[in-house]
Design a protein around this ligand. Structure first.
Ligand SMILES: [Zn+2]
Ligand SMILES: [Zn+2]
Length: 80
């Protein structure tokens, strides 16, 4: 199950579970659309894998399986 992390690792922008701006890699490193497209060019800076749009969890399922609240912020990896 996806953790649905709450923010972008590069710029710490909020990325709620229903956001269409969230991108993840296979390890679920999480970034906003701006950082993914402009800075990272679609490649995860942590693992080198591709970044793809994060699927949204339907609200009913989100109530049963809430999104992660653990914020990860690692701007040093995001110089581009
Ligand atoms: Zn960002
Ligand atoms: Zn990654």
């Amino acid at each position: 199950m996806l953790q649905l992390r709450p923010g972008c690792e590069c710029c710490d922008r909020d990325l709620p579970a229903d956001s269409t701006e969230a991108y993840i890699c296979t390890y679920e490193c999480t970034f906003c659309r701006d950082c993914t497209e402009l800075t990272l060019k679609g490649v995860c800076p942590n693992c080198g894998g591709e970044l793809v749009p994060r699927p949204r969890r339907p609200p009913g399922m989100l109530a049963r399986h809430p999104a992660s609240t653990q914020r990860i912020f690692k701007p040093e990896g995001c110089k581009g």
